[in-house]
Design a protein around this ligand. Sequence first.
Ligand SMILES: C[S@@+](CC[C@H](N)C(=O)[O-])C[C@H]1O[C@@H](n2cnc3c(N)ncnc32)[C@H](O)[C@@H]1O
Length: 506
Amino acid sequence: MADFYVRTARTMQDVLAHRGSVKAMSAGHGERKDAKRIMALVVNTLSYRAALQHILKQVDLVKKEPKWFGSASPLNRTQGALPQPAPSMSDCVMLVMLHDLLFTSRGIQAAKAWPPRERMEKYKSQLHAELVRLQIRQGKKSVEELRSGAAERRVAARIPRWCRINTLQVTEQDALQQLQAAGFTRTESDTLEHVYAFCPSLHVAHVWAFHPRATSKLMSLPLYKTGGLILQDLASCFPAAVLAPPDRDYAQIHALDATSAPGNKTSHLSALMRGQGRLVALERAPQRFKTLTQMLDKAGALATQHGNVYPQNTDFLTLDPQDESYAAIRYMLLDPSCSGSGIVNRLDYLTSHDDEQDNLEQVVPDAESSSVAEQTRLTSLASLQQRMIRHAMTFPHLERFTYSTCSIHPEENEHVVMQVLASEEAQQGAWTLAPRAEVLPTWPERGQPEACGGDESVAQCLVRCTPGGTSECGASAVHRMASNGFFVCCFVRRTAPRPAKRARRH
Ligand SMILES: C[S@@+](CC[C@H](N)C(=O)[O-])C[C@H]1O[C@@H](n2cnc3c(N)ncnc32)[C@H](O)[C@@H]1O
């Protein structure tokens, strides 16, 4: 059992060092049967992290027990070089043990003689006293209220369980019949009165809002298991819907998803292209590429199935836009890595088995990150995001591309757009923003004018989603419009593009 705490601590350390999601890191450090337990303890520890760290600081175990909890602890011997400010192994072991000591009835589940357990339990009453002191000071009715994210959970409760009918696999009519046969009822009313009620989105075709508590019921349906129903947040359906209007002939269109895994936007775009033309889906991370191909396979989106998708484990920034394999690309989805700050109730997402959980690459609660570290991270993400957009702008036959993030920060959204519009690539390629009329015109929430240098006309071209919806959504229809936080815009050329040369198939 001591080994369990060490593996859990290592998983948490990897997550805090942004090496991967909780799910992926738990699988990496535990046997299949253990991975779930590791994941649960990491998630719970992270959600109490601010309180646990405060308590450890007050009792100062590092100073009192330097042999096991100080920097020279044997627990730290096996750790490799970690990007700062990742905590040490001994810090992580303390956190996961303290979680079990203070927040579970069973306490620490390791052999009594294991020195770290013995050393920590020696201070049990002091640690408890600090917990109670913190609870009183923060005016909480119970220690459980020290869990971070209570406000987030309230916002999450407003967001429906959005699903997209995957028209590569099933018609909307068939999906409707299967859902009705399973007891679901379609409503046009403004509220989802019961757990089996659902209604269509007001803004994107084939996307339906289900009751937030319907997820497990939906996931037990053959319609879901065979890829006919995809769990996908409403806002995440915006980019493909904006990029590929349904009235086009896609047979001759070459498209690229530059940053694809886990692939929901890719399969959505493939469906909107009716499986015609050619859609190359890039993903640079090998593990995520594996997930991408599995998801595309389940959705029937691969070119070898009903779709048109050719996945490639390639870094978008290494593509040569002049290479004739890519020169014919006319449409592009660009949904690069971002802070994920718009994703609501992230810890709940981590423990659920949901199609979207892999959407999150960096899923560390921000309880302890200093504003300086956060700002540094945003600056570096924004610089990468700009680089990706400027690279996209150099593809010679590209006509339009969407840029999207699941971030609420202007640094990754409006600011990035303003910077790239002023870039050399934008000038040379005559890139501008598609007008509101082409970018979900009826969606009420637009870009923030103050983040666009006060330019209201630019802000109108941009779409934003506030996590859980805003009052602009209309109080009565909030359940039909609320989503995670999101940002999307579409770049188009000011002048007509040159006709595409015939490209070699690859
Ligand atoms: C936000 S996620 C994309 C989510 C995806 N569009 C979806 O809806 O399912 C960003 C993905 O882009 C990948 N990525 C980041 N930079 C990349 C690059 N230069 N080339 C290819 N993939 C990249 C990341 O590994 C990650 O899987």
